[in-house]
Every structure is written in structure tokens, then in C-alpha cells.
Ligand binder design. Structure first.
Ligand code: GLY
Length: 407
């Protein structure tokens, strides 16, 4: 009798083979995301037990990461300087979407509400989007709670205070202007936070947010990428002339390397921009940057933390990049003609298959979903760890897969 751990990769493998062969439908296709979503649900319940300890949950403290070979979540109290607190409520919203479990709904609401104060503060940096959209945005998507929408619209206006019209992008990191001499800096990760502005502009908020988000995406497309479609983490601009000065790195191996998660944010981000704009330039560009990423992946589809780290194959992996890309490619595949769609969907399935294997799932080792993500290698933290945003994009990818009609 094979264990679940052996069966899941087997089934995912079968699915990939059948999809590649062009089979209309595979009888097992619907089981794959369901089995993994069940795994996620049980891990979430274990995490809630772990966080409760002997008392009740403190809803203002959020799980962030589990260090390599450790068992317990490293938790952080919500504050505007802490960028990861939206992911745990986001995970709970996805779990609620998949299970309809009212206890999970209760926890999702409580953890979401504890972030409201951030929407009432001035912007600390672009991460405002991660904090509020992954929590309140998913909450609004599922409940249509008007109070959530108010928070989203208010936060989008706050995010827009970082927009520099001369440059045409958001200032991602106000705190790095002086120490790094990056007078106006725009990072790849910032692409994700355009969703809050698009959402607001189309749901009763300021219509100018749409133009700001489009301009930001256009400038990022022009200046955060090299001619070979690999990305710079940071684009630096002159605040007076608005001119692009240089592309550099912050979390990657070097200024000229391809930091895996940076490229992943781009793939996911430009797919999302196409969803809101229907502008084919963004769709074409997403394909170019995706191809630059796919062609350099290792066999198991999980990148090393930076594609150009000279210590490869001994460098740490970044499973979080895979989760982000897999989720993005599932969406991208819905916008393309059959052949191209199949190419990106199959790549996403291979990624999910690899993530769902014994090598990458945490299993009994800890209460996260996944191992082997890398947060900030140059700064020396969260290396080869379990990280909350990997889990967030994993459950999002599985949820998207469940809702897709694979042919
Ligand atoms: N700041 C987002 C990231 O580390 O990818």
C-alpha cells in the first residue's frame, strides 16, 4: 500500500503526462488539488493549535517563517514595518474558500481585522499592498463585506502617496533613499501591490489610481528588465528629471544576476496587470519574462535562490518563487491560445508536482506547508526555510487549479 506522500507526486505526474499528450480530460484530474488542499487544511489547523499554546490566540501576532530544521513558527506582531502579516489571513481565507469551515472563517476575520490599523497610518513603504490586499482583499472577494472595501479603498489612496508623477512609479522604499543613495527606487516586488490600486479604481475608488498603476507597470517593463528579459531587483531614478539612473540588486546575488523571486514577482505581477488592462503589450511581455525564467530552471522546476549564484548546485533553493510563478502561470494560461496556454499550464503543473513531493512538503517536520524557501540571502536570514508567503502562493495555486477546467 503506497502512502499519500508517494501517491500525490504519482498522480500529478500522470496529470502532466496526460495534459502533454493532449488528452481531453483525465479522470483523476479533480483529485490532485483536493488532496493537497486537504493537506494544507490539516497544517493550518496544526498551526492554529501551535499558536494557541495553552491559552487563546493572540490575533495581533502572525506566523512568518520556520528556520531550517526548527519545528516552531517564528511569529511577529503586526506593524506597518513588517511586510508579511497579510499572508496568514490570506491563507485562512483560501482555506475557508476551499472548506467552508466556519471556525476558519472566524480566524480569518479576526486576523484580518487586526491589520486594520495599518490602513489608518501613513505609508511606510509599498508593502502596504501585501499587508492589506492579501488579507482584506481576499476577505472582500469572498464576503463582499463593505467595511473591507472601505479599508481597501483607503489603503489604495495611501499607497498612491508614494507615487512620483515625474518618474511615473511608486517609491517602493522611502527608507533606502539616503543610505543607498537611491533617490527614487522601484522594486520588482512592487508589481504585486498594483493590484490594490487597480481594484480600488474599478470598485468606487479614485479613477486616477488606474493610470498610476499602468504607468508604474510600463516604467517597470522598460527599466527593471535587461534586453534578455531578466530583471533587476531595483530601478533607481532621479527625482528631479524622472530619468532612470541604474538597475541594481538588493536581495539578489549581484546587480546583473536574476534573483529568482524578483523574476517571479514580475511574472505574477504582469499577468495580473493584463487581467485589469487587457493590454496585449503586458501579455506579450509576461511571456518573454516567463520564457527567460523557464529556460534556466533546474530539472525539478524549483529555482536556486538566484539563477546566477556561482555556488550552484550547492546554493539554496527558493520554493517561494516556484509557488508565485505556478500561481501566475495558471492565470496566464487562461489568456492564451491553446498551444501557448498548454505550455504554461504544463509548466505550472510540473512546479506544483515538485512542490507537492516529499522533498519540498514539510510533512511531519513542521506545521508549514513547504520547506526550502529563501527570504534574504545577502542579509543572511530565512535561508532554506519555511516561509509564510511560499505557503500563501501554494494554496492560491492549488485553489486556482481546483477551479480550473483542465482539458
Ligand atoms: N520583499 C519581498 C521579497 O522578499 O520578496
Amino acid at each position: 500500500m503506497k502512502s499519500k506522500r508517494e501517491i500525490v507526486p504519482l498522480i500529478l505526474g500522470l496529470l502532466v503526462v496526460c495534459a502533454s499528450a493532449g488528452n481531453k480530460q483525465h479522470p483523476l484530474k479533480s483529485k490532485i488539488p483536493y488532496m493537497e488542499l486537504k493537506y494544507c487544511d490539516s497544517k493550518i489547523k496544526n498551526t492554529i493549535k501551535e499558536l494557541s499554546g495553552d491559552s487563546s490566540l493572540d490575533y495581533s501576532v502572525y506566523p512568518r517563517s520556520i528556520a531550517k530544521n526548527e519545528k516552531k513558527w517564528n511569529c511577529v506582531r503586526a506593524k506597518r514595518e513588517e511586510w508579511c502579516s497579510g499572508f496568514w489571513p490570506g491563507i485562512l481565507w483560501y482555506d475557508y474558500e476551499n472548506t467552508h469551515d466556519s471556525t476558519i472563517l472566524h480566524h480569518a476575520e479576526k486576523y484580518t481585522e487586526s491589520l486594520k490599523f495599518i490602513s489608518e497610518c501613513p505609508a511606510y513603504d509599498h508593502d502596504l499592498g501585501f499587508l492589506i490586499y492579501q488579507s482584506f482583499g481576499n476577505g472582500y472577494r469572498l464576503t463582499h463585506n463593505e467595511a473591507y472595501k472601505k479599508v481597501l479603498l483607503r489603503t489604495a489612496d495611501t499607497l498612491a502617496t508614494l507615487y512620483n508623477p515625474k518618474v511615473g512609479t511608486i517609491l517602493s522604499w522611502p527608507r533606502e533613499r539616503k543610505p543607498q543613495n537611491w533617490p527614487h527606487n522601484t522594486i520588482m516586488d512592487n508589481m504585486i501591490n498594483l493590484e490594490l490600486m487597480f481594484f480600488a479604481s474599478q470598485n468606487g475608488g479614485n479613477k486616477r489610481l488606474y493610470d498610476m498603476a499602468v504607468s508604474h507597470a510600463e516604467k517597470t517593463m522598460k527599466n527593471n528588465f535587461r534586453p534578455d528579459y531578466t530583471s533587476y531587483h531595483v530601478a533607481v531614478y532621479d527625482t528631479i528629471s524622472g530619468q532612470f539612473i541604474k538597475g541594481v540588486t538588493h536581495q539578489g546575488y549581484s546587480d546583473n544576476s536574476m534573483w529568482a523571486r524578483g523574476q517571479a514577482w514580475g511574472i505574477y505581477g504582469f499577468t495580473m496587470v493584463y487581467r485589469y488592462t487587457h493590454d496585449k503589450r503586458f501579455l506579450d511581455f509576461t511571456q518573454r519574462i516567463t520564457d527567460a525564467y523557464l529556460k534556466r530552471l533546474p530539472k525539478d522546476y524549483i529555482p536556486y535562490w538566484d539563477f546566477d549564484d556561482p555556488s550552484i548546485p550547492n546554493a539554496p533553493r527558493d520554493a517561494s518563487a516556484t509557488c508565485i510563478v505556478a500561481s501566475g502561470l495558471l492565470e496566464l494560461s487562461t489568456y492564451l491560445p491553446y498551444q501557448e496556454s498548454r505550455k504554461y499550464r504544463n509548466a505550472a503543473l510540473k512546479m506544483i508536482k515538485s512542490l507537492s513531493s516529499r522533498k519540498y512538503e514539510s510533512g511531519r517536520r513542521n506545521n508549514s506547508f513547504l520547506l526550502h524557501s529563501t527570504g534574504n540571502k545577502p542579509a543572511g536570514y530565512e535561508i532554506d526555510a519555511s516561509i509564510i508567503y511560499a505557503d500563501y502562493y501554494y494554496i492560491e495555486a492549488l485553489t486556482r487549479l481546483r477551479k480550473m477546467n483542465i482539458r
